[in-house]
Design a protein around this ligand. Structure first.
Ligand SMILES: *Cc1c(COP(=O)(O)O)cnc(C)c1O
Length: 351
């Protein structure tokens, strides 16, 4: 049996998949109980009376090209959040298996694991070393029941990249035993190369990408899991049959057209300039006691009084993220880089 089938839940491996309506675009559709007309009062161009393709081919190929992998290594989802959920459901038996996370980190890994009934093991990042990954702790903490290891680079909420060598060492040592999932939601803001280029060499590595952050499409809900073709095939068995809406496909393809990409690059340059300015000017504020360098589009800062800072931001009409519930971040707030005007207003509110 293949390593993926040994790692996955046996009942999912054995599952007979739902047979969705056949995709035969050359034939007229009288097989899916759709209405034969464009929706009344709607926009005929979208063909919204028809179900979408299960994994819309054009977008799938476009994202495969964007991320530099073969199409059979891509699963499209409603945001990378959906991929996190599908991974937990496909690999973790309730009450038996576990996932491992490295706090402080993105909350959805633990939430999805717990919804599935999986245990959540922790190997904390090292706060004294700029929240570096502790590869030895990850490997020591991994039990035989640990199916998934979630690593987030750049990490949310701390903003730092994890060391590539450490992530690959973990993947190498856990080969055939656990899937190592590297969440690259913020990679575009770092200038760093993606670990997706290592998927061939490390079959148990998986990479999460999203159009929600640097591509500005959070409202469209579109993300991708890049992984071994067997992992992709397994998850395709359990993703709902028509998960990716036609409107999402249209919005994503438009955003990835050459002109939009060009405009997007200009936005990204502005954002990175503003990140530098915020880092510089926040560091000069008396109410901020510590600032972590960021490779993402947000900055984590520690305040003399976080509650007061939240109030002053709100009074200026601005909402920043309360990060105080994270272990070791009792006085920290996370600030998304905004427009130049918003950033100036925030700095004034805290000056
Ligand atoms: C925002 C975020 C996501 C979720 O992205 P979607 O594609 O919008 O679901 C995934 N991982 C991290 C670390 C995030 O911060």
């Amino acid at each position: 049996m293949s390593w993926v089938n040994e790692l996955a839940r046996p009942d999912i491996v054995a599952l007979r998949v739902y047979e969705h309506a056949a995709w035969r675009p050359e034939l007229e559709r009288l097989h899916a109980n759709e209405l034969p007309w464009d929706p009344a009062g709607g926009d005929a161009r979208n063909g919204l009376n028809r179900y979408p393709q299960p994994q819309p081919r054009e977008l799938l190929e476009r994202l495969a090209a964007l991320y530099g992998v073969e199409p059979d290594r891509v699963l499209l989802g409603r945001g990378s959040d959906e991929a996190i959920d599908l991974l937990c459901r496909a690999f973790c038996r309730a009450g038996e298996d576990a996932v491992l996370i490295c706090p402080p980190t993105f909350g959805m890994y633990a939430v999805s694991a717990r919804i599935q009934g999986a245990a959540v093991l922790e190997a904390p990042l090292l706060p004294e070393q700029g929240f570096a990954l502790d590869a030895n702790a990850v490997l020591a903490r991994c039990t035989g029941a640990t199916k998934l290891v979630f690593l987030c680079s750049p990490n949310n909420p701390t903003g730092n990249l994890l060391e590539e060598r450490s992530m690959l060492r973990i993947a190498g040592e856990l080969a055939g035993r656990a899937l190592v999932v590297v969440d690259e939601a913020y990679l575009e803001f770092s200038g760093r190369a993606s670990l997706a280029q290592q998927l061939r060499e490390y079959p148990n590595l998986a990479v999460l990408r999203t159009l929600s952050k640097a591509y500005g499409l959070a409202g469209a809900r579109c993300g991708a899991l890049l992984a071994d073709p067997q992992v992709i095939a397994l998850l395709r068995k359990i993703i709902p049959p028509y998960a990716i809406p036609r409107l999402t496909v249209a919005a994503a393809l438009e955003r990835l057209a050459p002109q939009a990409l060009e405009a997007g690059r200009a936005q990204l340059a502005t954002l990175l300039r503003e990140r530098s300015r915020l880092e510089r000017e926040l560091a000069a504020l008396a109410r901020i006691t510590r600032l972590w360098p960021s490779d993402a589009n947000f900055i984590l800062a520690e305040f003399t009084e976080a509650a007061t800072a939240l109030e002053r931001a709100a009074a200026a009409g601005l909402l920043v993220r309360d990060a105080r519930a994270y272990p070791g971040l009792g006085r920290a707030l996370r600030i998304s880089v905004g427009t130049p005007e918003q950033n100036t207003r925030l700095l004034e509110a805290w000056s």
